[in-house]
Design a protein around this ligand. Structure first.
Ligand code: RB5
Length: 143
């Protein structure tokens, strides 16, 4: 079955969002893009809120947020209950964000990452399962 995924960026993450969206489409995801739609300056909290609200409401099980550093997006998204937005920089943080933190939003920084690294982070994050067990106890403590 086609998996739905939601994605958003600010102007700083726009170009990388378009690349990531193309890859997700090639992987046969049903991608919902909540903006921004060009490089005009926008406010990252507004975009993060669009994605986080829909995941918190159960409309999507996971999503992706991209800004210049990924920091603003992760800060904004993590204000919402049930959201575990993880800022990932490399293969290891992508893997552990899923295994240990059951990440449901991948945050990335377009000014920090090269395209190949961003794609590797995405693929690792998409394909790594939550390890559960003691990590379940810990993520339950977050809310
Ligand atoms: C926008 O200028 C920039 O602040 C934003 O993309 C992001 O890096 C914020 O954390």
């Amino acid at each position: 079955m086609t998996e739905k995924i939601i994605i958003g960026s600010d102007h700083g993450g726009f170009d990388l969002k378009e690349i990531i969206k193309e890859l997700l489409t090639e992987l046969l995801f049903d991608v919902t893009d909540v903006g921004c739609y060009d490089t005009t300056s926008v406010h990252y909290p507004e975009i993060a809120q669009r994605v986080a609200k829909k995941i918190a409401a159960g409309e999507f099980s996971r999503g992706i947020l991209i800004c210049g550093t990924g920091i603003g997006m992760s800060l904004a998204a993590n204000r919402f209950p049930k959201i575990r937005a993880t800022l990932c920089h490399d293969h290891l943080t992508a893997r552990l964000s899923r295994e240990h933190n059951d990440s449901n939003i991948l945050a990335m920084g377009a000014r920090v990452l090269g395209v190949d690294t961003a794609k590797d982070i995405l693929m690792t994050w998409l394909n790594t399962d939550f390890a559960g067990d003691r990590h379940l106890t810990r993520i339950q403590m977050l809310d």
